[in-house]
Design a protein around this ligand. Structure first.
Ligand SMILES: Nc1ncnc2c1ncn2[C@@H]1O[C@H](COP(=O)(O)OP(=O)(O)OP(=O)(O)O)[C@@H](O)[C@H]1O
Length: 703
């Protein structure tokens, strides 16, 4: 498929640079003044031992906007001129706006105005700065005879951004956000917004800019908290600079596993186990496991207490369980209700026992003493003879009621504190831990937890009320959301009671056998139809040549999925080289050593990682900022590199149930070049890619 645009021409408005330089210098002067003020207030707050966090955040926010403070100007038909940047700046004396935050409504036209729908804009100017110096201006006149309307805004700046060398860290795209992306960033959905799009369509970038937008427009989210969930720590490190670069430092980032911090993942499950553990039915099974730990005996249970045997009949046990369950409390909390019920019954037995000793059938005291049921001396002797110990001190002031309220409480406490009674209570309604419940269910000796166990442990923790300091958030963003199992969705929903979420993903890239293939299927149980789908269709990362190379793979495994349209073409055709299994490591090592064009990722299946790491002296897990990065398709999810070399695609296709998706992910990571090394024949999905097995020169084959 042809790219949307060919490399555009950069238009520079000469003579204007000095004017803009002066304006931009004024903006930086204002920024410096605000910084100085914030730093002063921070120091004062610290000196006074007061609340410094607010000023600390303000200093961080002002520092974060230093690079590219102002990046645009709109000249409107009504004569107004608006400067747009990373934050709003206002003149000190009269509060006149000097720079508008990119998130305010009027700034929207900067991203969405076109020649056919100019939104009152006459001219859009992009201002490129290096440090505090204006180095280039790009003007677009939005007149009907102006630039062609291809749906892209600011082509030159956009192309400069998408072709720039990769660094192993994602950057913000606030200066070149495109109209279809801006619509999603500013989407006013109060519920769940799902953003679906093929590789490189900017899903991650858009989700992060949406976070910055929401924090700006819904300030209450700053206190309720925003969580960004990603597929791996590697990925979270990769995106880690984007929000701070937009002046937002308060967002929590985590993998699903991180959300249960006291569980250490030390085991990898086989795909069948992953698929099974991820299914929603596991929640029912866990609930059943918890329920089954509660016993309702079908014969009386004898409880020993202070040399007596108290008999607990099945009806009493049954009633205690019913009453405890009726509360709807989690297991360990309902256990307290059950205990109270049982102990009450035991206490009653004791009282009945005492009364049988000291009262007649009609309720009168045996020694004929007090008609109001107060104990006389003979009663106390009779009680002592029957094994009931009544504290004599309490009766120094003469006989009293047989057992008043305080006595009953004391009696219950003694019962509860008694080891024998506790043992019976624990046998009937045992205290549980999440680990107990999950190992009970899985029926396997637990020798460490896997990632797929984490949502099960979290579910079990909820069922038993063992949630510690589990935190909830006002908005949750899920990136690579196709990787989440039904059980992981349940876990996330527990952390987002408001169900305000931005979910971004691509089902054609799902690697998790328990992952998502239908948004409706995973969301409906939690939000019914309160979710909306938005699509992204333009691929900013992967050039047209590489997308063409993935066509057969995509058509074979996702026939209904149209590939995203690449924004550009590079003229570099992907290639493949056949080698032997024995020579695979050497061939890949040679190609990597010859490579000299920017950052190279070698993406290989697990089985080859160790030998390749040894041959190339590369770290595992990978260092994303290295010149050469070695990683598995799973680790490469969401990342991008200048060049990609795939080792052994057949193994990637064959080892995992969704190997074709893993290969698709691997092939779409490159911004410039793609090479493939296959031991033996090429997988059929890749045969259309030119075979350069007999490569004449190193230059021609560099990935
Ligand atoms: N409007 C834009 N301006 C400049 N760069 C952009 C724009 N949109 C996307 N990009 C760049 O395109 C690349 C891909 O973006 P991103 O990683 O967000 O895509 P994605 O849809 O999440 O990809 P994948 O699903 O393959 O992980 C990034 O380098 C991003 O900065």
């Amino acid at each position: 498929m042809a790219p949307i645009i060919e490399l555009g021409e950069r238009v520079t408005a000469s003579g204007e640079i000095e004017v803009e330089q002066e304006y931009v210098a004024g903006l930086y002067a204002r920024l410096d003044a605000l910084r100085e003020e914030a730093a002063g207030r921070l120091a004062a707050a610290r000196r006074a031992g007061g609340e410094a966090a607010v000023w600390q955040a303000e200093v961080a926010r002002l520092d974060a906007v230093e690079q590219g403070l102002c990046f645009g100007r709109l000249d409107l038909h009504d004569g107004r001129r608006i400067y747009i940047g990373r934050l709003g700046l206002f003149r000190d004396d009269d509060g006149e706006p000097l720079l508008l935050d990119w998130r305010v409504p009027v700034a929207r036209a900067f991203y969405t105005a076109t020649a056919t729908a100019p939104q009152g804009v006459r001219r859009r100017r992009r201002i490129t700065t290096r440090g505090r110096t204006v180095v280039a201006l790009n003007d677009e006149l939005l007149t009907p005879d102006g630039a062609g309307d291809d749906g892209l805004v600011g082509e030159a700046a956009l192309l400069a951004a998408v072709t720039a060398a990769r660094t192993g860290r994602m950057h913000d795209i606030v200066t070149t956000l495109q109209a279809e992306q801006d619509r999603i960033v500013r989407h006013e959905s109060g519920g769940v917004l799902v953003v679906q799009g093929g590789p490189g369509t900017g899903k991650t970038a858009v989700a992060l800019h949406r976070v910055a937008y929401l924090l700006y427009t819904r300030p209450h989210l700053r206190t309720r908290g925003v969580l960004v969930v990603g597929p791996s720590r590697i990925f979270l490190d990769y995106i880690g600079q984007v929000l701070p670069g937009l002046g937002e430092n308060s967002v929590v980032t985590a993998t699903i596993t991180d959300l249960v911090p006291d569980v250490e993942v030390s085991r990898v499950d086989p795909p069948e186990a992953v698929a099974l553990k991820g299914r929603a039915v596991m929640a029912e099974r866990l609930a059943e496991t918890v329920r089954s730990r509660v016993r309702t005996p079908d014969h009386p249970v004898d409880v020993e207490f202070e040399q007596q045997v108290l008999r607990l009949d099945p009806r009493t046990c049954d009633r205690a369980v019913r009453n405890a369950r009726r509360t709807g409390l989690p297991h360990n909390e309902a256990r307290l209700v059950h205990q109270r019920e049982v102990v009450d019954a035991l206490a009653q037995r004791l009282v009945d026992g005492m009364e049988a000793v000291v009262l007649t059938d009609t309720g009168e005291a045996i020694d004929g003493g007090s008609a109001d049921g107060r104990l006389g001396e003979a009663d106390l002797r009779a009680l002592a003879a029957a094994g009931f110990v009544i504290d004599q001190d309490e009766h120094d002031d003469g006989p009293k009621a047989l057992l008043d309220q305080a006595d009953r409480v004391a009696l219950r406490n003694s019962l509860l504190a008694d080891a024998g009674v506790q043992a019976v209570l624990d046998a009937l309604w045992p205290p549980l831990t999440p680990e107990h419940v999950v190992s009970d269910l899985l029926g396997e000796p637990v020798d460490g937890w896997s990632a797929a166990d984490v949502p099960l442990l979290d579910e079990a923790a909820s069922l038993i009320g063992h949630v510690g300091d589990r935190v909830t958030f006002g908005h949750v963003v899920v990136d690579e959301a196709q990787e989440l199992s039904e059980m992981a969705w349940r876990m996330l929903m527990r952390r987002c009671p408001t169900r305000s979420m931005t979910i971004v993903g691509d089902p054609a890239q799902t690697g998790n056998p328990a992952g998502t293939s239908s948004w409706d299927h995973v969301l409906r149980p939690h939000v019914r139809d309160r979710w909306q789908l938005a699509r992204l269709t333009v691929n900013y990362r992967t050039p047209a040549e590489i997308m063409a190379a993935t066509a057969d793979l995509l058509a074979a495994h996702h026939p209904g999925t149209p590939p995203p349209r690449s924004v550009r073409s590079t003229g570099e055709t992907p290639w493949r080289i056949r080698t032997t299994r024995a020579d695979l490591v050497t061939t890949v090592t040679d190609l990597a050593t010859e490579h000299g064009d920017g950052q190279l990722a070698i993406i290989a299946p697990n089985a080859h990682i160790e030998p390749l790491a040894a041959a190339l002296s590369l770290p595992t897990p990978p260092d994303l900022t290295g010149e050469v990065v070695l990683l598995t398709p799973g680790q490469a999810k969401g990342l991008e590199f200048d060049s990609v070399l795939i080792a052994d695609p057949a193994e990637i296709l064959g080892t995992a149930p969704l190997g074709h998706n893993d290969l698709y992910v691997a092939m779409t990571r490159a911004t410039q070049r793609l090479g493939i090394v296959h031991p033996g024949p090429s997988p059929v999905e890749l045969t259309a890619i030119p075979d350069r097995s007999h490569r004449p020169t190193g230059a021609e084959t560099s990935a």
